[in-house]
Ligand binder design. Structure first.
Ligand SMILES: Nc1ncnc2c1ncn2[C@@H]1O[C@H](COP(=O)(O)OP(=O)(O)OP(=O)(O)O)[C@@H](O)[C@H]1O
Length: 643
């Protein structure tokens, strides 16, 4: 078999993205040497690069080409050696690959090479698709510009005066109040990254930061343009609600010293990043960019772990240099579905701290606190603007212990927590059958479906729909994979069948009352975005017609069902798509077979979606320790660019 026949066959069999062979042929053909037999080392590199891009990596380390990337790709042991043999004489080792690629006319060697718009870029021992190379540089340049020397903020004494009033709770974080430090640090620069697990007070902190920024503005506070955003509508709505509530309480706590409620009202709603940047149909370009920047002084972005590289680059480009950016998120969660692991890369030093003497002195002056010696060091400028919140206020119980054990990669501890008595908060069905899953789903979805069946009963239709949407949020079934016996696609169908057999649903064709749907593609005409979740309910205006109801920044919005084209049923959804949401009872279903996608970050993200109850279903209990031990590594050059 020839190299190209082999890769076509792998693509046919689903082992490779279909794009890979097409891309490999396209790039090799550019140098007019592209008969199917020629240029195969480059074709091999393109194939691997395309495959990795599809799995969220922003580039390819040449070392991976020189080694066997099969474990990273989850391939069988035979395919890579076979492809290498078919590709002919290959460069041996990373240095030889470097020399070979540098000589290819399709590759821009950076720095130093002449730029003719080549599709590939070789930089720092990494091979990139040009787009990601450019995005990584945009992000790195913007981060450097926003964290470099010269960023001046209000005087530490002024910060101290307000911070002492805003943080009146006793310090509980082992003597260091990281929340207060986060506020001080964020107030002094053009960029701050605040990371922490669920319930560590990211929103609590950012509400106080806003109050602080308003306070130091004095009489000009009303002119401060603040924007709140998140990758999904749901996360945006949660952020807005939490900030409004916190500012309202703070105004009372400060005896009216700051008109925080009025300022919160002026801020307006929170938006998705797509809508903030002005996404347009049929183009990747946004309405807001460097030439038409966003009209903001402070931008707060929640759930930043979900923001992919391309979006972060677009956001930073559209942000005026004078504006302050605050990124909030949990660095340990799954990275974005699309390429990049931006928050993880930005938080490289967050755990260790690495604060230098200047930061320590500033923190002492602005908060009255000493950063413990264990957190001092010489990390870079970004680390000086990064704070990790370390104590969970909401997650102290068994769910929190489980999340911690998983995050630390301690499979034994995770098993022990799961098996211990947790007063009903944790449950592990170690040898789950489909029937167990169906029983749980019926029990979990019954309350919302009963509300649906009761109908609005003469009440205001939108208020009723809001209640149904809220009831739907109390339970969710999350899967690790899409396909197979324990994947989203099959489970959705079986759950719908079960609910129908129990008389909770009446399915008639694709659209039926009570069907939860997840939008799978941005649709600008109807204003729904990838990841939005809605419920199919009757149209109050037209008998027999159905609408899909979405919760949008605290309000209810609906779209005629037949206008939505790209949706999936969402009784079961992937852990990836559940990011940014929390449910009272979350059920995580792992598949029977271990795989490269089944990793620690996925299990951690699944667990931390649970507010009060977490149930784990494993048809094969052995996959759990395996998943906890495996880390998802994403290749990216961002950390090196920032170092
Ligand atoms: N310093 C504090 N003192 C008292 N209560 C606090 C403090 N910090 C946070 N809380 C409370 O703990 C709970 C969790 O805080 P918050 O919602 O801000 O966490 P979070 O990190 O944003 O969580 P998530 O990632 O799940 O959104 C809230 O009820 C909040 O009011």
């Amino acid at each position: 078999m020839s190299f190209y026949e082999h890769i076509d066959m792998l693509a046919e069999g689903g082992m490779l993205r279909r794009l890979g062979p097409v891309f490999a042929r396209f790039v090799t053909s550019l140098a007019a040497q592209g008969s199917d037999a020629a240029g195969t080392p480059l074709a091999l590199a393109c194939l691997l690069l395309s495959e990795l891009e599809g799995r969220g990596h922003s580039c390819l380390q040449l070392a991976a080409l020189a080694d066997d990337p099969s474990p990273m790709l989850g391939w069988s042991d035979d395919d890579w050696p076979a492809l290498c043999a078919e590709a002919g004489a290959l460069p041996q080792g990373a240095a030889a690959w470097q020399a070979y690629l540098q000589a290819c006319p399709q590759v821009l060697s950076w720095p130093g090479g002449a730029d003719h718009g080549q599709p590939l870029v070789l930089a720092g021992g990494r091979l990139y698709l040009r787009r990601y190379w450019s995005d990584e540089n945009t992000v790195a340049d913007a981060v450097r510009g926003r964290t470099g020397a010269g960023s001046a903020g209000p005087a530490p004494a002024l910060l101290r005066q307000w911070l002492d009033r805003l943080f009146t709770h006793a310090t509980r974080e082992g003597g260091v109040d990281w929340q207060k430090i986060a506020c001080a640090v964020a107030a002094r620069g053009g960029l701050a990254v605040i990371t922490g697990g669920p319930g560590t007070g990211k929103t609590y902190t950012v509400a106080r930061l806003l109050a602080l920024l308003f306070a130091v503005e004095g009489e000009q506070a009303g002119n401060l343009r603040v924007a709140l955003a998140a990758p999904t509508g749901k996360a945006a709505a949660r952020l807005k609600q939490a900030i409004d509530d916190a500012l309202e309480k703070l105004e009372v706590g400060l005896d009216g010293a700051l008109p925080l409620r009025a300022l919160a009202e002026r801020m307006g709603g929170a938006r998705t990043l797509h809508s903030l940047l002005g996404a347009r149909p049929d183009t990747r370009a946004f309405r807001h960019n460097a030439a038409n920047p966003l009209d903001v002084d402070v931008l707060i972005v929640d759930e930043a772990s979900m923001v992919h590289l391309e979006m972060m680059a677009a956001l930073l480009e559209a942000l005026p240099p004078t504006a302050r950016l605050i990124l909030l998120g949990d660095k340990d969660q799954l990275a974005s579905v699309e390429a990049g692991s931006v928050l993880g890369d930005l938080c490289h030093d967050a755990q260790a701290g690495g604060y230098d003497a200047a930061t320590a002195a500033f923190v002492q002056a602005a908060t009255g606190q000493d950063i413990g010696p264990e957190y001092l060091g010489h990390a870079g400028a970004l680390a000086q603007q990064t704070v990790m919140l370390r104590q969970s206020r909401r997650f102290g119980g068994p769910i929190g212990q489980l999340a911690l054990a998983v995050n630390q990669g301690d499979a034994e501890a995770a098993r022990a927590v799961l098996r211990a008595d947790s007063a009903g908060q944790l449950h592990w069905n170690e040898a789950a059958q489909q029937e167990d899953m169906l029983r749980l789903a019926a029990e979990g979805y019954r309350p919302f479906l009963q509300l649906v069946q009761q109908g609005s009963g003469g009440h205001e239709h939108d208020a009723w729909a809001a209640g149904v949407l809220q009831a739907f949020e109390s339970f969710r079934l999350l899967c690790a994979v899409r396909e197979g016996e324990w994947g989203v696609t099959g489970l959705n169908d079986s759950i719908a069948q079960r609910l129908e057999s129990l008389g909770l649903l009446k399915r008639r064709g694709e659209w039926y009352v009570g069907r939860p749907v997840m939008v799978t593609r941005n649709d600008y005409a109807t204003g729904v975005y990838n990841g939005d979740i809605g419920l199919v309910l009757p149209d109050p205006e037209r008998a027999g017609s159905l609408r899909v109801y979405f919760s949008d920044a605290g309000k209810v919005r609906s779209v005629l069902a037949t206008r939505l084209r790209n949706v999936d049923t969402a009784f079961a959804m992937t852990v990836h798509k559940s990011q940014g949401s929390e449910f009272s009872h979350t059920v995580l279903v792992l598949p029977r077979e271990a795989s490269s996608v089944l990793a620690r970050e996925l299990v951690y993200t699944g667990i931390t979606r649970a507010r009060q109850r977490f149930t784990l279903l494993t048809p094969n209990p052995g996959v759990l320790p395996d998943a906890i031990r495996r880390r998802t590594e994403r290749t990216s050059g961002l950390h090196s660019l920032l170092a």
